[in-house]
Design a protein around this ligand. Sequence first.
Ligand SMILES: *[C@@H]1O[C@H](CO)[C@@H](O)[C@H](O)[C@H]1NC(C)=O
Ligand SMILES: *[C@@H]1O[C@H](CO)[C@@H](O)[C@H](O)[C@H]1NC(C)=O
Ligand SMILES: *[C@@H]1O[C@H](CO)[C@@H](O)[C@H](O)[C@H]1NC(C)=O
Ligand SMILES: *[C@@H]1O[C@H](CO)[C@@H](O)[C@H](O)[C@H]1NC(C)=O
Ligand SMILES: *[C@@H]1O[C@H](CO)[C@@H](O)[C@H](O)[C@H]1NC(C)=O
Ligand SMILES: *[C@@H]1O[C@H](CO)[C@@H](O)[C@H](O)[C@H]1NC(C)=O
Length: 332
Amino acid sequence: MIPVVILFLLAFVFSTEARITNVVLFGDSFTDQSRSHSISNGSFPGRNYQQVYPPADHAADGGFQWPFYLGLYGNYTISNYAVGGSVCSNDLTPLFGTPDVLTGQQDWFIQDHISGNGTHQQKLLSDPNSFVIIVWIGTNDVGIHSLVTSDQPAKVSLVDVADCQLNALRKMHKLGARRFILNSLIPLHLTKLYAESDDGTIYWPDPHNGTVWHKGIYNLVHSLNRILNDGVQNLNREWKGDGNVGWFDTYRFFEDIYHNPERYFNGSIPANVTGHCHQCPDPHDWRQCDIGDCTPDQRDSFMWWDELHPSEQTGRHLAEEMNRKIRGVSAY
Ligand SMILES: *[C@@H]1O[C@H](CO)[C@@H](O)[C@H](O)[C@H]1NC(C)=O
Ligand SMILES: *[C@@H]1O[C@H](CO)[C@@H](O)[C@H](O)[C@H]1NC(C)=O
Ligand SMILES: *[C@@H]1O[C@H](CO)[C@@H](O)[C@H](O)[C@H]1NC(C)=O
Ligand SMILES: *[C@@H]1O[C@H](CO)[C@@H](O)[C@H](O)[C@H]1NC(C)=O
Ligand SMILES: *[C@@H]1O[C@H](CO)[C@@H](O)[C@H](O)[C@H]1NC(C)=O
Ligand SMILES: *[C@@H]1O[C@H](CO)[C@@H](O)[C@H](O)[C@H]1NC(C)=O
């Protein structure tokens, strides 16, 4: 009997895999390829916006962002609605006012994938089993100018930030989407920005109490991840099989990279998970950024591109693991 059951399960996994042809992404600069640059360029991305790739533009990882590689590795059509600097909701943790995951980024999804929005003829244009929606947001919500520096509006808590993410999934479920992956936050305390150091960085040039930030971000990331993980289980109960959200443990995946760098990095120098390639020698003068960068040959040795962002090589591995996740065979 048992082998038969296993065969059925395998058949289910494989038939599911065969049908996923598209991936839709929401998020911030960890995912954005060029939308935030387009906005600062003065050309607001509209319907069917096409991402701009190197050499014309580079993402916050210094090159091609991981969804590009995900599309390549899994032969998926990618709809990437992430915008650098974004948060889950500008009403909760406003930062730059860029399109947020809950509203502005979803509007793009509606424009591209829903016909007759808001009418009785409203229709999702793709088979809900053909695409998966990946949400990866929260780094800015918990970060500087927000929770970790106590700059959030009064009466906004971490629970609101978590509920926002779960409600973003509920909204897309209402629009007809059925397959989701929610990413946990990465170990941000490993980045230079949140290191136990009082030195300024390009993202916060002035000295600050590094111990307070380091401990604070650790606490916020762990707490948000726990609330979200519980929320994902609740959501799956709520949907009673009519829709599914998977949890991708980006935190644990990044920890594995950090502790086993030789497995992941292949640039021309020994793997480096503590420093970063891209340098800004004077944090008060962004025009000096690029001075002292690692060489192109050395890039793939670094886990981090800069004081906050993962490198392109880290992104390639994330894409590879996410492709496994979509196929139901990831350990994360
Ligand atoms: C920014 O504007 C320039 C000039 O119009 C254009 O070539 C480039 O593709 C734009 N970048 C983005 C990210 O839209
Ligand atoms: C990639 O996907 C396209 C469209 O879904 C399909 O036509 C093509 O056969 C696929 N290619 C491979 C190598 O699987
Ligand atoms: C879709 O319809 C809803 C309900 O009428 C409306 O609130 C929302 O702004 C519409 N979105 C877009 C992108 O048109
Ligand atoms: C940073 O804050 C901690 C906790 O309030 C305090 O113990 C420490 O002395 C502060 N460090 C500096 C350099 O002010
Ligand atoms: C490192 O490995 C990736 C695949 O993970 C490959 O695309 C890249 O070109 C390699 N980098 C170098 C410098 O060999
Ligand atoms: C890692 O890279 C940084 C540059 O950001 C450098 O200062 C540091 O010495 C490197 N660490 C190792 C172990 O090579």
